[in-house]
Design a binder for this molecule. Structure first.
Ligand SMILES: [Zn+2]
Length: 418
């Protein structure tokens, strides 16, 4: 019988370099993600999970089959529940040579041993206080840790191990998926929802213990293109139309109180994030974000009004606005069937934590899957400070997440036994 702790699994997975890459021509974006995907496939099979498989895009899927006897009141009624985590780590910090440090937190700041300038500050990390005299895991300061999302993977593998080893825990069919390329926005690109076959799923990709997510932004992208006219500056009088000046006038009018750097919680934002151009043509790309989807239409209207205001100052410039849909708040779908949300709340309580719903100021793989028909809220892992060298993981938080998902499998059976 394989009986490994979540921590021991996490430490093994964290050492494997699985960094993904933006704008790659192949999928997954980096071959090294297969090092972990193939390892997980082997380990699932070693647990006795016969149908564990990897598809041609690198998605690993497996089933822990229902152990409900035929006469059980939930047999044939309990939905297939899925658990999903991503193997890749963010391109924004190195994932090569990750050297996890397990330490007992004794208070104060934590100076990381591989680079003394990298410090986990007590006053920036309120979660540290909850881990006083407990084990936490950090990197050595030269790389990220990769708790995002190898903690999620360790949690799901420990769930599978627990269910396989404990026939006394009643559960329906549990589906497991490990995905590549989440950090570069492509985690669900080739995710085969039909092959996965779950009726309801959870990503294990959150952070603070007890925090659950059923809401993400609704998101659009906007592109403003200004067409001007270029000519040698020496003979430009009354001929040159400098697109840069027109675009600068537009940027100056974007509401400062509606920027990511000035907003939080449920507040929406408009965020100019890429600019390129010269006299003849300049382009600005913006992110439009609001928890209410109809707020996005208002933001587009706001951009149109700004363009209309700026246009008279640059009568010969041609200004175009293009809006493209990115993703939608998963709450619109999740609210229709509350069972999955209720079950995760109840499971978190049984794991000894007070559940707290927190909106995600971004999108998740779950928001994309939910929109495509697989309801998929998100559960905490115990990690903090993702995508940088001060990332750290609460071992107690990770173990609480394991308890939560084990309870979750049972709560679903109870819900369907009534
Ligand atoms: Zn993640």
């Amino acid at each position: 019988m394989i009986n490994e702790t979540a921590l021991s699994r996490f430490l093994r997975y964290a050492r494997i370099d699985t960094q993904s890459k933006d704008e790659a021509d192949e999928y997954p974006s980096t071959k090294k993600q297969y090092d972990l995907l193939n390892l997980l496939l082997r380990e699932l099979r070693e647990l006795g999970i016969a149908d564990a498989d990897i598809d041609k895009h690198g998605y690993v899927m497996a089933t822990v089959p229902s152990n409900l006897p035929p006469g059980h009141p939930a047999a044939g009624k309990v939905p297939k529940i899925g658990f999903i985590a991503h193997v890749d780590t963010s391109p924004s910090a190195s994932g090569t040579g990750v050297n996890p440090q397990v330490l007992t937190y004794r208070g104060g700041d934590i100076v990381l041993p591989g680079d003394n300038s990298v410090v986990i500050l007590e006053d920036e990390n309120p979660e540290l206080a909850r881990n006083l005299n407990q084990e936490i895991v950090t990197g050595d300061g030269t790389t990220l840790l990769g708790a995002d999302d190898k903690a999620g993977i360790a949690i799901i593998m420990t769930l599978a191990q627990t269910l396989v080893n404990s026939p006394g825990i009643p559960h329906g069919d549990i589906r497991i998926a490990f995905t590549p390329d989440e950090e570069v926005g492509n985690g669900t690109k080739y995710f085969d929802i039909k092959a996965f076959g779950a009726d309801f799923a959870y990503t294990i990709d959150g952070d603070t213990p007890g925090e659950l997510n059923k809401e993400t932004f609704s998101a659009d992208g906007a592109t403003i293109t200004v067409h001007g006219r270029n000519i040698h500056p020496g003979s430009a009088k009354d001929i040159m139309v400098n697109s840069i000046r027109a675009l600068a006038d537009i940027i100056a009018r974007l509401p400062r109180a509606m920027a990511p750097e000035t907003t939080e919680g449920y507040e929406p934002y408009i965020h100019p994030h890429i600019i390129e151009g010269e006299e003849a043509k300049s382009t600005l790309r913006l992110l439009l974000r609001d928890f209410k989807t109809d707020g996005l239409a208002k933001q587009a209207e706001m951009l149109r009004a700004i363009i209309a205001e700026v246009q008279p100052f640059h009568p010969k410039a041609r200004i175009e606005l293009k809006i493209s849909e990115s993703y939608r708040n998963m709450r619109y779908w999740l609210d229709k069937d509350q069972r999955g949300l209720h079950a995760m709340e109840e499971a978190t309580r049984r794991a000894g934590l007070e559940p707290k719903w927190v909106p995600i100021r971004g999108g998740t793989d779950g928001s994309r899957l939910t929109e495509r028909g697989l309801p998929c809220p998100n559960i905490f892992t115990g990690g903090q400070n993702y995508h940088g060298p001060t990332e750290w993981l609460s071992v107690d938080g990770m173990n609480s997440s394991v308890r939560t998902v084990v309870h979750l499998a049972q709560v679903w059976v109870e819900l369907c036994s009534q």
